[in-house]
Every structure is written in C-alpha cells, then in structure tokens.
Design a protein around this ligand. Structure first.
Ligand SMILES: [Fe+2]
Ligand SMILES: [Fe+2]
Length: 157
C-alpha cells in the first residue's frame, strides 16, 4: 500500500495540521482527513463502477494530496489547485512513484477545479470531490456559492 507513505509524510502531516488551524472557524466545507478519505473512497468506487484500470494507490494518493495547497490559498491567496500540484510533486519525489505516475497525480490535482467527466483520474477526482459533500445537511447551505444544481441534495456514495 504505497499511499501509506503519504499518511506518514512529515510535510503532508504538518500541512494538514496547519490547515486544521486555518479552518477552525470556517463555516463552509473543511478539507481535513475526513474529506480527503471520502474523496479517495468515492473515487475508487467510481473507478470500479466505470471499470477503469487505475491503480488504487494512485487514486488514494491523488485524493489525499488534492487539497494540500489549501493552506497556501488561505495565506497567500494563491490558487490551491496549482499550488497543491507543486507541493504534491515535492512530496511525491520522496515516494516510490515513477515520474509518469507523479505527473499523472499532479496534473489531476492541478485540474481538480475544472469540470471533468472523463473516464480517467482527472474525471473521477473531480466527481468524487463534489460527491463527497453533504450539502443538504450543511448549515451554511444557503450562503454557499456552489450552484444549486452542483449541490448534493442526497448522498449517492
Ligand atoms: Fe480543492
Ligand atoms: Fe476537495
């Protein structure tokens, strides 16, 4: 299970702890380990349902790292998709992933803000990220800037 390396990576864990502090007072969706694992599991289900041949470790690693740039966005205003792809690349350099795998993971992270319904890593990451949110239970639902047709009025996964 190569994705275990992410869960033990010092940089990942310190950014996750920093993000927890930065989002302590946030009323909208947070981006902690629960969100990251929700996205990992849903993306893996989607991959199985669609019959895609994507390595489970690649899916989990991508999901765990996809919001790793969030803290930077709060601090500097820099877009977290691109910032996250760069940080993820730094973390992945210490991991047992090939350069092709690293490129696949970081490009999916960089793209996760853009709608994608492709039968590939980008498509399942985008979909799982959206499907993970229980909007209908969220107290900030009315104020949230997601379009009504994007919000989840039921949980499917
Ligand atoms: Fe994100
Ligand atoms: Fe996310």
């Amino acid at each position: 299970m190569r994705y275990y390396y992410i869960l033990k990576n010092e940089k990942f864990l310190s950014l996750l702890a920093q993000l927890k502090e930065l989002e302590a007072g946030r009323e909208y969706c947070k981006h902690g380990i629960e969100h990251l694992m929700d996205v990992a599991r849903i993306a893996y289900i989607l991959s199985l349902e669609k019959g895609l041949d994507i390595d489970k470790d690649i899916i989990y690693t991508t999901a765990l790292l996809h919001d790793v740039g969030r803290g930077e966005q709060y601090i500097s205003g820099r877009d977290h998709h691109n910032a996250g792809a760069i940080i993820a690349g730094e973390i992945l350099r210490e991991m047992p992933y090939s350069s092709e795998e690293t490129e696949m993971i970081t490009s999916a992270i960089a793209a996760h803000g853009h709608k994608s319904d492709g039968d590939n890593l980008k498509g399942i990451l985008y979909a799982a990220d959206k499907l993970s949110r229980a909007c209908f239970l969220c107290p900030a639902n009315e104020k949230c800037n997601w379009d009504q047709d994007k919000k989840n009025h039921i949980l499917r996964y």
